[in-house]
Design a protein. Structure first.
Length: 89
């Protein structure tokens, strides 16, 4: 009986650690918080709630991979957003 109750603790433990890491990173970086209103010009429109959710889910998956010791895959670069190489023409 103890073997069955302890079997799920390893996976759950990693998930709990990843969730704690997500909370820390989100609070530190301000991910998921709406932008504070300010006087003057604003840079961009506030992200939609769906975008906040997607950011948090992506961050959680990255935290879980970090806890499990997996190497993160490099982010695909968008056209025109990559590093500049060579001399300007």
């Amino acid at each position: 009986m103890d073997a069955l109750s302890n079997a799920g603790l390893g996976a759950r433990r990693n998930e709990d650690i990843a969730l704690d890491l997500l909370k820390f990173v989100a609070a530190t970086a301000g991910v998921g918080r709406p932008a504070a209103p300010s006087t003057g010009f604003s840079g961009a429109a506030a992200p939609k709630p769906e975008e906040h959710v997607n950011q948090l889910l992506d961050l959680y998956s990255r935290c879980l991979k970090a806890v499990e010791g997996e190497e993160p895959k490099p982010e695909p670069q968008q056209a025109g957003k990559g590093p500049q190489t060579g001399a300007a023409r």
